[in-house]
Design a protein around this ligand. Structure first.
Ligand code: TYD
Ligand code: MG
Length: 458
């Protein structure tokens, strides 16, 4: 007989403890321990193993069957379609559009494959209303509203048409009667997910799970959920902007860190075919404090505008405020500009912003940030039609970055004529008029930014 043990499981990291504590010893989160039941293996029953056949790395490959939804941005993020027999987890903040995007994808998939939408959050009427709004109410998607895992399995066995695609909205609302704990706890989420994964693998089903995220933007429930599934996508974006970004953070069948861009309209999410163009502000005259950077999101280049504002401070400690970039990286770039290049930001407030609600975490943006900052400080604008990228070192040197040529090609495609780029061995100039930069000081001089040292000499 199976032995059951009462434990306390952390809802943030999944660690279990014999006693309740206010703070999880494993991850340091507060108030996350919840009573749970754990099954322990009984020592009296031993399950003998058997010797398995050894395989070589080289051998016949299984054909990977990909289901294409026709929503190209979604297919692109999944690595060219969703693989049959795989389980995908879509995380995102409440109200960002998770249910909307999966209903749209399902409506498209239903043209070729039988699909089932399981909602544990909304009633059938509410989903119908959304379908009407999205103009997909005629799609052949079957709906059920339940929070019982057993009901889902029974419905699947009763209906002989063998569904190919299943959406669970959301995994935190599903509950199995095998466990007493409440829906959304570690044990419930883990049990439901492993049962669904087994189903996907044996029946070749595609299962799309919607997952909640916590305040800090992490997927709720233990990290183990992310380990179990094949693909993890995050749907993110700024509520104030219509743009929504679909990002893959894990993909067993494709590249991770891929990015898809959507725009939220009153009739649902529309794909953005040329994302680089939407993040750019169209200008006729150059404006001080802006620099154009080519970022790489997964395998896709994106052109982004970086804006800076520098003003005299009314505080004893000046403000440094950043939207869409790392504040520590800003401190570093400012320190290099002051120490190595003779610019002084001393008693000035600095505001830096990445347009379009994107968050950059590439060091390649350093040079564009430095250019935007000095341009804002000196009032000298960068020329129109110029892109700039490169990583800055503490000595003021500019280092080469990855995807050099891809970035230049994208800039050329969008009509940029000039680029300030790092110098490096084997780097080609590409189609643009590229200026090779060795260090920051020379770069800013070439851009016509008067540093304190230069001004003193004049
Ligand atoms: P929803 O998909 O319900 O979010 P989630 O499942 O992630 O919680 O999306 C809800 C938001 O999207 C809501 O604030 C309204 C907005 N929305 C539109 O702007 N247009 C639409 O056509 C739809 C269906 C939703
Ligand atoms: Mg929802």
């Amino acid at each position: 007989m199976k032995k059951l043990k009462r434990v306390y499981a952390c809802q943030a990291c999944g660690a279990t403890f014999p006693k309740w504590m206010g703070r999880c010893d494993a991850c340091g989160a507060w108030n996350t321990l919840i009573e749970d039941i754990e099954e322990i293996a009984s020592s009296s029953t031993s399950a003998p193993g058997k010797s398995l056949e050894l395989c070589a790395l080289d051998g016949p490959l299984l054909h990977v069957d990909r289901l294409q939804s026709g929503v190209t941005e979604f297919d692109h993020v999944c690595g060219g379609g969703i693989v049959a027999g795989s389980v995908l987890l879509l995380g995102g903040e409440p109200g960002i559009g998770k249910s909307t995007i999966l209903l749209q994808v399902l409506a498209r998939l239903s043209q070729n494959y039988p699909c089932l939408y399981v909602s544990g959050e909304e009633a059938v009427d509410q989903i119908r209303l959304r379908a009407q709004r999205l103009n997909v109410s005629k799609a052949a998607v079957s709906l059920i509203a339940t929070t019982r895992l057993e009901d889902v399995f029974e419905t699947l066995t009763q209906h002989q048409e063998t569904f190919r695609v299943l959406v669970i909205d959301s995994i935190q609302t599903l509950k199995t009667a095998l466990l007493d704990s409440a829906a959304g706890t570690v044990a419930q989420v883990r049990t439901a997910t492993s049962a669904l994964i087994e189903l996907a693998k044996t029946k070749g089903l595609v299962i799309l799970l919607i997952g909640h995220v916590t305040k800090d933007g992490m997927l709720a429930g233990p990290k183990v959920l992310e380990h179990m599934v094949d693909t993890v996508l995050y749907f993110e974006g700024d509520r104030g902007h219509p743009f929504r970004l679909l990002r893959s953070v894990k993909n067993r069948f494709g590249a991770c860190d891929e990015l898809g861009v959507f725009e939220m309209h009153d009739t649902g999410l529309a794909e953005v075919q040329n994302p680089s163009a939407v993040f750019l502000t169209q200008r006729k005259d150059p404006v001080p404090g802006t620099a154009i950077f080519v970022s790489i999101e997964g395998t896709r280049p994106l052109i982004i505008e970086i804006q800076a504002l520098v003003g005299s401070s009314g505080f004893s400690t000046p403000r440094r405020s950043v939207v869409g970039w790392d504040i520590n990286r800003l401190h570093m770039v400012v320190a290099v500009l002051e120490t190595r290049c003779g610019f002084s930001f001393g008693q000035r407030d600095i505001y830096l912003s990445v347009t379009g609600g994107l968050h950059l975490n590439e060091p390649a943006a350093d040079l564009a940030v430095a250019a935007a900052l000095t341009s804002a400080l000196t009032g000298v604008p960068l020329p129109l039609g110029l892109v700039i990228f490169g990583e800055i070192g503490l000595t003021g040197e500019v280092r080469p970055v990855s995807h050099h040529e891809t970035r230049l090609k994208e800039a050329h495609k969008l009509g940029f004529q000039q680029a300030f780029v790092p110098e490096g061995k084997g780097l080609s100039k590409g189609p643009l008029d590229a200026h090779y930069i060795k260090n920051l000081k020379l770069c800013l001089k070439e851009l016509g930014m008067p540093s304190r040292n230069n001004r003193n000499k004049e």
